[in-house]
Write a protein that binds this ligand. Structure first.
Ligand SMILES: Cc1cc2nc3c(=O)[nH]c(=O)nc-3n(C[C@H](O)[C@H](O)[C@H](O)COP(=O)(O)OP(=O)(O)OC[C@H]3O[C@@H](n4cnc5c(N)ncnc54)[C@H](O)[C@@H]3O)c2cc1C
Length: 405
């Protein structure tokens, strides 16, 4: 159902800042979605998980390595290129596909940023090949917004002869994407005192004794497994600590910027898909003797949706390019750019909520039916406004970055 207009507007389509052949990537991803995803999606939605074979197929064609260094089997590229990948994957009309398949995209950057070479070499290559699955475990039942106050405790225990140092993890994590299937969990736990300086990251093997995982049922993202994790004295060798003690919060904050851009990219991409589907529907569906598209009211609504989607896309691209430009200079995001990322995520996700609601309305009863892309997109809007930082929390962060400095 892709329109010519949407092709021309593919996010990042004009971006050639990195070595990736964007047209080839888009074609590869499109074929992957058409052949490997769409025919099976409803079954995966019913099962509540993606098959491991899908990760291997995605790894084989290089999709999982995008944005990661070559030495681990990745393909370095700009965020704009990863956003373009999201745009293509979104054509399946399933946020769960993107969240589940790319969960390593939030789990691996902290390991890349802080992990030592041995840890990186052990974890990254199999994950980027799709042979091992990865998840990021930060949120706790006591709260996800206030990361600095997380309560999972990691207690260091020295081996009898000074070797075999390890940490013992006790606590709970919840709402963890790919939490059931993950072979590696990047877990945030407290090793020090209160607040952000006490947070440390660990790479925890999914089969660790004492780790209990249970599935959570949810409104959308059905094909992406979401888990509650209970760490009941899970022993983690000190070699699996990611970076120094106390560095975890800072790595997570940097990670959040990328995650927020990707969630904004999903919002824009799903708005594009929903609008394309509504246009096609409005051409064919007749009421009172005329196609819906012949009604001025319907055309004006579509123009309003199209305008909202294009404006959000432009804001997203501007911000993504600014983040990429800062990275190319070897710089991180400054306060103004962090604020932009927060605002762009809020703007794009709110835009999608509006677009998806109107899209369901224009499809009438069909928009309420399972198996229709717009129905699923509508159910999957809220998670984008909550995950990776709820809108209210990001508004507060943006305001502080801009004016409280
Ligand atoms: C499907 C799904 C997948 C997820 N995957 C992961 C994952 O892989 N890893 C992971 O670690 N987490 C994951 N999360 C968790 C997600 O990041 C959190 O849900 C999110 O950060 C919000 O935390 P919370 O749910 O604990 O809400 P809370 O922190 O309890 O906040 C509840 C609500 O209160 C409001 N609020 C909070 N603070 C403020 C404030 N200061 N001012 C005004 N209003 C405020 C907001 O509306 C917020 O939504 C996932 C969540 C979902 C739903």
């Amino acid at each position: 159902m892709a329109s010519t207009a949407s092709r021309a507007q593919a996010v990042g389509a004009d971006d050639s800042a990195d070595a990736v052949d964007l047209a080839a990537l888009q074609q590869t991803a499109r074929r992957f979605v058409e052949r490997e995803v769409v025919p099976h999606l409803e079954a995966w939605e019913a099962e509540g998980r993606l098959p491991r074979s899908l990760y291997r197929k995605a790894g084989d064609i290089g999709l999982l390595g995008l944005g990661f260094p070559e030495r681990f089997g990745g393909v370095p590229c700009s965020n704009a290129t990863v956003v373009a990948l999201v745009d293509e994957l979104a054509r399946a009309g399933s946020g769960g596909l993107i969240a589940g398949l790319l969960s390593h995209g939030i789990a691996m950057p902290p390991i890349l940023a802080l992990g030592d070479d041995a840890l990186q070499q052990r974890i990254l290559p199999p994950v980027l090949r799709g042979e091992a699955l990865a998840a990021l475990a930060v949120t706790e039942p006591g709260g996800g917004s206030d990361v600095a106050n997380l309560r999972t405790i990691a207690t260091r225990v020295e081996g009898a002869d000074g070797s075999n140092a390890r940490y013992v993890l006790r606590g709970e994590k919840t709402f963890i994407t790919t939490g059931l299937a993950a072979d590696w969990l990047t877990v945030a736990a407290r090793t020090g005192g209160p607040g952000m300086a006490g947070v440390t990251l660990f790479a925890v093997p999914g089969d660790s004794p004492g780790l209990q995982r249970r599935p959570l049922a949810k409104m959308g993202w059905w094909c992406s497994d979401t888990a509650h994790l209970h760490f009941d004295g899970v022993e983690v060798p000190a070699a699996l600590r990611v970076g120094d003690e106390g560095m975890g919060f800072y790595a997570l904050m940097h990670n959040f910027n990328r995650e927020r851009l990707m969630l904004a990219a999903m919002a824009v991409a799903f708005a594009r898909v929903a609008i394309d589907d509504v246009i096609e529907w409005a051409r064919e569906r007749e009421t009172f003797g005329k196609p819906l598209l012949a009604r001025q009211l319907v055309r004006h609504k579509l123009v309003e949706l199209e305008t909202a989607q294009r404006a959000a896309r432009a804001f997203l691209l501007q911000t993504v390019h600014a983040v990429d430009a800062a990275a190319a200079q070897g710089e991180g995001e400054d306060a103004a750019l962090v604020a932009d990322v927060c605002m762009v995520k809020n703007h794009c996700t709110a835009m999608l909520e509006h677009v998806a609601g109107v899209s369901v309305q224009l499809l009438g009863g069909m928009g309420y039916m399972r198996g229709v892309r717009v129905e699923r997109i509508f159910r999957e809007t809220k998670v984008l406004s909550i995950g990776g930082g709820a809108s209210e929390v990001l508004a507060e962060l943006a305001g502080k970055q801009l004016w409280a400095g």
